[in-house]
Design a protein around this ligand. Sequence first.
Ligand code: NAD
Length: 485
Amino acid sequence: MKYSRVHNFINGRFTKSLSSHYLPVISPVDGEPLSEVPLSSAGDLDNAVAAATKAFPGWSATPIKERAQVMYRYRRLLEKNIDKLSALIQEENGKTLSEATAEIEKSIELSEFAAALPQFVTGEVLEVSKGVECKTEHVALGVVASIVPFNFPAMVPNWTIPNAITLGNCMILKPSEKVPLTCGKIAELLKEAGLPDGVFNLVHGDAEIVNHICDHPGIEAVSFVGSTNVAKLVYRRATYNYKRCLALGGAKNHLMVLPDAIPAMTAQNVMASMSGCAGQRCMAASAMVAVGSTDHIIEKICEEARKVIPGENLGAVISKASRDRIEKYITEAEQQGAKILVDGRNARVRGKENGSYVGPTVIDHVKPGMAIAQEELFGPVISIMRADNVDEAIAIENASPYGNAASVYTQNGAMAKYIIARASAGMIGVNVGVPVPREPFSFGGWNESKFGVGDITGKSSIEFWTKLKKSTTKWNMEAGVNWMS
Ligand code: NAD
């Protein structure tokens, strides 16, 4: 085991879990054991909630401009530690070093937005009648929780931590049990940045601790990012307990490629979108609808796919189980008549024979009814469906129960506008394969890709992490003047 056991982080200190149950943490790069993560007990969560509850009055009463100073320092520490953090992400998640570095760069952008929050939450004030003022303020909720997935060990935690705490909340974060190490470093950096003890806490574990979080009476709000099935469970359980909840789920993102798309740029983009982070992104393109005569573009996509080499510019998928699942989908599609143009099955990386790799896979003539066309694979696989016209392509996209992202490749502005208006997804790209909105714009899908109101980042997240206080004040010396006068 390369690293010592993972501990919770409670009240500013790494704290051994009360539980004696641990899970191994395995590197998908080469199958080597990295560490062990505790399956924390309800008692661990109670201790974290108690620490956060104690910290809340002081932290929420600290002026927001002062709270934002912690974010400036945190941002600098992310920059200073970018190499160490990236190496750790690569080890525990399996993505390439440049992808891991991009996660920290995005985390820096997220902390910059949080540092700018004082400019967004000035509230409103108006003299509504003589001597009478109405005022609104954004007020912190209290102790909040964030539950995160394995695919972005730093970026997704940083979707929630900076905004929630800068807005005055105290947080309990539950990292993915598959990649628990990076969050420990984040906790250290927040402390070094001057965050008071108890404002940020880590409690490790799996489904059981998530259920305790949803049930805990001391927690006001729960944000969740993960698969749709679990998002539904968490949303139902947290709201049943009268908590505010925003739960982001899985995705099946469609790229609609029109015959006038620029072939080289489109092919490069499609490949980057489907194979980046080994396809383990909720924004990855995994379905492509080729409209009309697009064979010349599909040929180029295959050329690009052959330049993507596992272990070089393509990272691992999270586990052997995940690799086997992805390969099973490919084999089933083949058996059902789809044509494998580039086959990534049985990929092996020399010297890393125990790693979990799937090569880039391009499958043509997939039918909309096949499982590979409908379900989230979370691997570097693109399923190409053929459509005769744009309306047919839109109908295929609309039929998906998900709705995270959709993109169109065309040089025809009017056609792009037509598709934007009709695609049933929260984030749309035009000649952009991974249409992630950048701060201050917010991130969030539709349909079964998100449960709850608002988005998880950017300006929209302010509504989730705060409640509005409305005050009406009358400073009027004259008698007989009422508030309506
Ligand atoms: P997951 O749903 O398996 O796990 C997410 C979190 O939930 C983890 O912390 C895990 O410990 C916990 N969990 C797992 N099973 C649970 C259960 N039965 N009850 C309660 N909690 C449970 O997701 P994952 O495999 O870690 O991540 C991949 C998924 O996340 C993909 O579906 C991907 O699309 C999605 N994702 C979505 C977004 C988005 O913005 N919509 C972003 C990143 C990832």
